[in-house]
Design a protein around this ligand. Structure first.
Ligand code: C2E
Ligand code: MG
Ligand code: MG
Ligand code: MG
Length: 285
């Protein structure tokens, strides 16, 4: 150790690099088979209406139960799925499964305002694949209430090709799905610009929702919420972890919170139980 001469370093690092490359190739081929082997599952995280703290909807979040490595989070496989083109199949799986799940929940637990569910959509799925075709099939089959199935996407995705994205997003709305702008605040575009896209919801990124080390909340939060409302959009704050987060967000006029304070991503069955308990509590007043 400690040799700083280039040639030696290459010899030292080569085997490790080769191993990593093999791992990556193995992971790719395992991921290709993961869907048919039913190793990809969806967890659902509650999105809570702050006004009465009722469950308003769920976001579907993918997990990969790898036979050897255990449960992998999206950061460990979504970008691979995007690179190898598998995201189209994975995305369709998430869309179909969530639509079916939402229809089951809506039938089992009727609510005054329809329960919603949202699914993440990635760039390749939206811009380089005929998502409209898939969505039309899913919507026709599911019998869901209008607007209750929502697609989430980030502004960077939309900005990759704004003209094409705008066209596709308008068609998505025509098909009766909702649209949420995910991770808002992490990109560079202004809400005023984003107005040209038919989003009905913005989800403010965790990094804005958290209090800083000094215990203050980013000042931008209040103006983002106000502007979103002026533009006719509803606001979900992501990543609220404490009750005081939730109280403050409510005071700032935010409608919904999705964060560990109200529940982590959970299997469909647990989500159903949460929902039933929630409606019983609401009915009791
Ligand atoms: P996202 O869509 O912004 O989802 C929210 C992420 O924040 C989730 O991470 C969720 O578990 C996490 N989160 C929620 N509340 C809290 C909190 O209070 N504290 C903290 N620290 N984290 C919280 P997750 O499940 O790891 O997903 C990460 C990202 O992976 C998602 O971010 C989304 O961009 C992507 N993703 C997940 N599932 C899919 C999918 O089916 N398709 C596509 N294309 N992307 C997906
Ligand atoms: Mg999301
Ligand atoms: Mg997000
Ligand atoms: Mg994110």
């Amino acid at each position: 150790h400690g040799k700083r001469i280039g040639g030696d370093r290459i010899d030292i690092y080569k085997p490790a690099m080769r191993a990593r490359k093999t791992d990556r190739l193995t992971l790719e081929s395992e991921l290709r088979r993961a869907l048919e082997r039913e190793e990809i599952t969806l967890l659902y995280q509650p999105i809570v209406r702050l006004e009465d703290r009722s469950v308003a909807g769920f976001e579907a979040l993918a997990r990969w139960d790898h036979p050897k490595m255990g449960r992998l989070s999206p950061s460990e496989f979504i970008s691979i799925a995007e690179e190898i083109g598998l995201i189209v199949d994975l995305g369709l799986f998430a869309l179909e499964r969530t639509a079916r799940q939402l229809a089951i929940w809506q039938r089992a637990v009727p609510t005054r305002v329809p329960l919603f569910a949202s699914v993440n959509v990635s760039s390749r799925q939206l811009l380089r694949h005929d998502l409209i075709h898939d969505l039309r099939t899913v919507m026709a089959r599911s019998g869901l209430m209008r607007g209750s199935l929502k697609l989430e996407m980030t502004e960077s995705l939309v900005m990759e090709n704004p003209e094409l994205a705008a066209q596709i997003l308008h068609r998505i709305k025509e098909l009766g799905a909702g649209l949420a702008l995910d991770d808002f605040g992490t990109g560079h575009s202004s809400l005023a610009y984003l107005q040209r896209f038919p989003f009905d919801t913005i989800k403010i990124d965790k990094s804005f929702v958290r209090t800083t080390a000094k215990g203050t909340r980013p000042v931008l939060l209040r103006s983002i919420i106000g502007l979103a409302h002026d533009l006719g959009m509803e606001v979900v704050a992501e990543g609220a972890e404490t009750d005081s987060d939730a109280v403050e967000l409510y005071q700032l006029g935010c409608e919904y919170v999705q964060g560990y304070v109200f529940g982590e991503p959970m299997p469909a069955e647990a989500a159903r139980e949460l929902l039933i308990g929630d409606r019983l509590a609401l009915a009791r007043g």
